[in-house]
Design a protein around this ligand. Sequence first.
Ligand SMILES: O=C(O)CC[C@@H](O)C(=O)O
Ligand SMILES: [Zn+2]
Length: 544
Amino acid sequence: MAGLFQRALRLRTALRCLYDYSTLSRSTATLSPVDFHRPFLTCSSEQVLASTRKLHAGAEGSKVSPSAAPERLPFCRVTEEDLAFFRKILPGRTIVDPDLVEPSNVDWLKSVRGSSEVLLRPQTTEEVSQILRWMVTKSTESRNLAVNPQGGNTGLVGGSVPVYDELILSTSLMNKILNFDSISGVLTCQAGCVLENLSFYLEERDYIMPLDLGAKGSCQIGGNVATNAGGLRLLRYGSLHGTVLGLELVLADGQVLDCLSTLRKDNTGYDLKQLFIGSEGTLGVITAVSILCPRKPKSVNVVFLGCETFEQLLKTFQLCKGMLGEILSAFEFLDSECMRLLNTHLKLPNPISDCPFYIVIETSGSDPTHDAQKLHNFLEEAMTSSLVSDGTVATEEAKIKALWSLRERVTEALTHDGFTHKYDISLPVERIYQLVTDMRKHLGNQAKSVVGYGHVGDGNLHLNVTSPSKDPALLAAIEPFVYEWTASCRGSISAEHGLGLKKRNYIYYSKQSQAVALMGNIKAMLDPKGILNPYKTLPDNLKQ
Ligand SMILES: O=C(O)CC[C@@H](O)C(=O)O
Ligand SMILES: [Zn+2]
């Protein structure tokens, strides 16, 4: 009873602080690569074949590559003549020193490694166009040199690194802001601008980016668009399919496609840019983006709450939507296993008492007094109806950052826990934690940790399973179980991370075979030689 009272008191004190609130900005923690070593991705034939057997009816009988590491396709090998050409158009920016190319060959998780020998660093769209033209036609000779477009290389499905010797085309030096219209809020910039730099630029002008990710310090806007990244603000500002107004692209044959519109409304024909959003660099190379940015909220509050059950967490979400309405900008969760990993590996303390579930709620509005009052009413109601058992409210920037770190750094904590199997699942929101519970039961003591966290507001669960080292038996126990479970609820096996290399052969769990075949036709039309980011997104069995 005394404990309960103290907890209530802590929340009440925090609530009082709300009235002293001043404008605050979000965490700027970055996801920097960690130095750890573990075996690179491979996948047993039995495991892939087992999952293949479960593919949607329409795809049954079709052949899927029995290995997650596909065979090298018959692309041309890079020659001295190629290098001479690249050096001419990219002087000092055609990198062949293996030590300098190496970081671009390995993904952020250090789970996939390519063997590219060339890193190209264009600065302009024209340079990208010249590179791609050369890849398909050297002088008059037709050829097919493969290319791996790469942004910040923060992807989690092996989509951003080469698989074999594809030339790496990095957008890192394409980092200029081209225009910002302070009346419409439309930002136009090159693809290689780092998300956090764009946020800083906009915040000085009283605007924000409509998306925010844990990887903001390294990821680039072109990569964000190419993967249709979701992140922490999607609940409020929607997906990039809505906020991206225009794209400039270079197609596989080197043609520049200028769809860099800044209009909110434009119904002249097909909306071509949508095809490239989320296509993971397989249909064209994004060179510039125009995006609609919201005004910077005058008032931001962050609350960290604890719940005893996931059902209470869902009820809190319902209450929150009803009582905070238009000022709700994020509703995220992590379970007690995530908290344990944050404590153990990153030494991040739990700011409240131990609970099975934790919620991060952010509000963003235009009137600090009004927002504080709404939040106060919501917290009072959540407490008196016993939906939440403990909580704290951030009223100063450092604490806001610390609270957000608890959610944003779970991925980093997991990298210290061992070999990590990642699943990024979309489900009807009321089912999202059931998958974690069922997975724990299903795996028994085979796994080291089974954790659940993610974007409750978007029905997006991040299910991660770790083991001390790579364990084929564990993998065979997780997959296809996880995909079948997801398909049985008509969920998506990739909510926001894409398919990349790792998940490409599981697409049929979430897409009908006719839809996948149509994707293959689109790929064949836009990239007939298949040179753009090969082995990614589409399954191996697809004839192009
Ligand atoms: O590492 C993961 O599984 C999720 C990463 C990211 O999408 C997040 O929401 O933190
Ligand atoms: Zn996420």
